[in-house]
Structure formats: C-alpha cells, structure tokens
Design a protein around this ligand. Sequence first.
Ligand code: SF4
Length: 283
Amino acid sequence: MTPRNLITPAQNTWCPGCGNFTIQHTLKTILATREKEGHSLDDVVLVSGIGCHAKIADYLNINSFYSLHGRTIPVATGLKLANPNLTVICCCGDGDCYAEGLDHLLFAAKRNIDITVIVHDNRVYGLTTGQYTPTSPEGFHGKSTPAGTVEAPFNPLELVLASGATYIARGYTKKMQQLEALIKGGIAHRGFSCIDVLQICATFFPAADYYTPRVYDPEPYDRSDFVRACATIREWDYSGDGKIALGVLYERSAPSFEKRKVMVPVTPVEREHRLEELLATLR
Ligand code: SF4
C-alpha cells in the first residue's frame, strides 16, 4: 500500500513560528504511524471549529468536518454516535471551545463520549487579530481590551476534571515529542480525552519566554487520584509564577457514552415503579 500524502496542496497561511505547525506535524506523524501499523486512515475523522487552528482541516489530508465556531464537540459527538467505529479527533481553539462552546466541552466530559479533544490554547483570538479569550492573562492588552482585561483567566483543566473527563493532559508546542505521546494516549484512551496544548501564537501572544522556564514533568503519581490530579492542575492558574505541569495529569477508566446500554422506553405505570426503585437506591 502506498502511504498517503498527509499534507494537502492548500496554501498554508499560518504565520511563521506559529505553534499550529507543531500540532499539525504531530498529528501527521501519529497518522502516518497508524497507517504503517496497518490501520486504515478512512476510519479517522478530524473536526475543527473556527479560528486559526481550524485551518488544520484544510491542511491534513484525512476525512474532516470544518464546523461552526464553538460547535466542534456536538459534531464530533454526532459522528461518534452514528459510527462508534470511527476515531474522532476534535481540534478546537481556546476562544472556540472554552468560550462559545464551553457547555459542549463540559457535557462531553460528563458523558464520557469517546472523542479526543485537542485544544490549540494560544490564549488569544488570533484569526480576528488579537482579542482576549477565557484563558488570556489578566491585563492582556488586545484589540478589544486596549486598556487591558480586568478578568482573571479560568483554569480549563480544572473545569473538565470537575465535569468527569477521564483523560486530561497538558502539552506545549515547544515539546513536540511529549505532545505526540499525549495525543496518542488520548486517541488510545476509551472515553473522553482532553489535551490542552499551550500553543505559541507568534503574532499576538508569543509567550515562549514565559512558558519554557516554568513547564515541568511531575513525578509519577497515581493518575486516577482525583485530589492529587486537581492539586497538580491547580499549581498554575494560567497566570503568575506557578510551575506548569505537563503530561497526563488525570486518567481513569469508565464506560464510554456510546458503549452504554441502550435504554428502553417504559409505560407511565412502569415509570412510577422505576422511579421508586431509583429513589430507593439513593437512600
Ligand atoms: Fe498562528 Fe497566531 Fe498567526 Fe494565528 S495569528 S496563525 S495563531 S501565529
């Protein structure tokens, strides 16, 4: 079998030095390895949203769906439910799935649907030339906040942990080898996986000098330990001088949404009985 040319002829318009190149190259490596191992790439679907990150759907030669802003996850969820045999990878931006699409992210984590979400977290709306997002640091001077933001960022990994995500990781586009392992792990994980990637925006938030001295790999710990994972995730609140833990920060196994038992509708009388039974289990 001739290996697929994974890069399309579409003209790449990302800025020189953009971290999106790292994510694209990482996915290309993972897909090429998958093909070499005998898996068909026809079973992989990439869903992207709107933003600089989303052009990855134009640049990678696999099945893809260029969705609406903030709506990558409902599309990915629908694809997985329609065909549970697909490997569904969702590339989204921080402005995309931590702002307009936040509810979808949290509910996908709650359901534990078996999709892999890769957040290109450049902490700015790059495509629209530099407005602040939910993870921009307080005081960020962007196009919409010339006097600086007065809001503190939230910690997205704390939110997905609290919502029930079963695989949570943080990567950095200056650490490509590690990023490859994190994304591979997310794809192999059966259930909802979320990889927050600190992606350098060379034009509007070139934060490498801030990240590089702060990132570290935590000592091994039981990754299913919620309290420990939460403490590690909270070491850095997306601003300030905290150490920034990279790697798989939380992982546990749980039945994924699409594999759960199909519920059968009941009659109104049966419904009363079922409700009583359910309430009895809660006492
Ligand atoms: Fe990349 Fe930022 Fe340029 Fe967008 S604006 S392509 S995120 S460097």
